[in-house]
Ligand binder design. Structure first.
Ligand code: SF4
Ligand code: SF4
Length: 155
């Protein structure tokens, strides 16, 4: 009996593979009833998100505050933040914000090539720049790429 080896094409999403884990620095404020919640454990177990605690101010039966650097896949990070908010934990971004001056932008798309989280994309139908703020990690890589200085940060 002769067996033939059939080679199946390997599905390989190069764009996805190039995406690296991203980091977001956030401040978590816990209400009294949630101070004992094992947040870092749940983030690691359920979302595969690492939480590196930078500053902690937590005491039993008091409002607690943590400054943490979250690290993981961008979609998992967003899901983890949504989960914390659904548990009444206030999540605020400790970094500044990126601003795109729409009057200056010429939609050349150069900035989309350096954005590690796909926060900057060109709409395939209109060829206009789209900025998805929730994906932005304020790495500032896009700022020097813009030929018309349309991108700035408030840091
Ligand atoms: S700062 Fe610019 S390059 Fe960095 S994630 Fe935000 S939009 Fe993308
Ligand atoms: S590089 Fe500057 S001009 Fe080009 S799309 Fe980005 S923001 Fe607009």
């Amino acid at each position: 009996m002769i067996f033939r080896v059939i080679k199946l094409p390997i599905r390989y999403n190069r764009k996805k593979a190039l995406l690296k884990p991203v980091k977001k620095r956030v401040t978590l404020t816990f209400p009294k009833r949630a101070v004992q919640m094992p947040v870092t454990y749940v983030l690691a177990k359920e979302f595969n998100v690492a939480a590196n605690i930078i500053r902690a101010q937590v005491a039993p039966n008091q409002i607690g505050k943590l400054v943490v650097e979250l690290s993981g896949d961008i979609d998992q990070l967003d899901a983890a933040i949504e989960w914390m908010r659904s548990r009444h934990v206030n999540v605020s971004y400790t970094l500044g914000e990126i601003a795109i001056d729409e009057d200056v932008c010429v939609h050349c798309g150069l900035c989309t090539g350096v954005c590690p989280t796909e926060a900057l994309t060109l709409n395939p139908e209109t060829y206009k720049l789209t900025f998805t703020r929730s994906r932005c990690i304020v790495c500032e890589q896009c700022i020097p790429t813009c030929p018309v200085q349309a991108i700035s940060t408030n840091l």
